[in-house]
Design a protein around this ligand. Sequence first.
Ligand code: C5P
Length: 224
Amino acid sequence: AGGFVIAIDGPSGTGKSTVARRVAGRLGAGYLDTGAMYRIVTLAVLRSGVDPADDAAVAALLPTVDLVTPTDPDAQRHRLGDVDVSDEIRGQHVTLAVTPVSANPAVRAFLKQRQQDIAHSGRMVVEGRDIGTVIAPDATLKIYLTADAQERARRRHGQNRSVAAHAGQDLAAVALDLQRRDSHDQARTHAPLQAAEDAVLVDSSTLEAHETVSHILRLASERG
Ligand code: C5P
């Protein structure tokens, strides 16, 4: 109690990150990208040569994973040890392997502790899949951001064009990858993707990012 957390959850490609970062900037709050944390752990798993689907081997690796996650919405550089991995974690090999790694209960417990510590460290906008349900069930405001599947694929495809690792991937392939990740995220046993009962559903299909941001800021100001 007494904290200030805005939880923003939803499937891939809704523009969550852009919106969450801007909401944090406008409120002078911190911003935590929990998806990036799952991606950094996944990169560590891939580098170690461990099978991402081997839950026990991945769990054994966790104590050696030294991840640094920024909370400044204007300076989002992610590190694994001393190395800046901000670009590499958006690559296709990580995007594929993050699904089994994020379904691993040991990985979720490892990151939950860190995410809750950061969420309670000040005014924070926290973005992910299970923030309103598991990480910050007492959040000041919970948003579940959606958009129709075609629009999400179109947005992600547009973003990917600036990422070398995705160059040449066509719209249909992007749509298929979003569908694969979301259905796994929704079906998993531990902390599946779902809207919290008290979340406000925001459909951004026909909204520009700045309109979604304004809408969330309005809701936030009503909650103090
Ligand atoms: O948000 P982003 O697409 O970077 O997240 C990558 C993956 O990390 C998601 O597809 C999901 O499997 C996982 N994730 C999760 N819980 C979160 C955030 C991300 O399981 N809170």
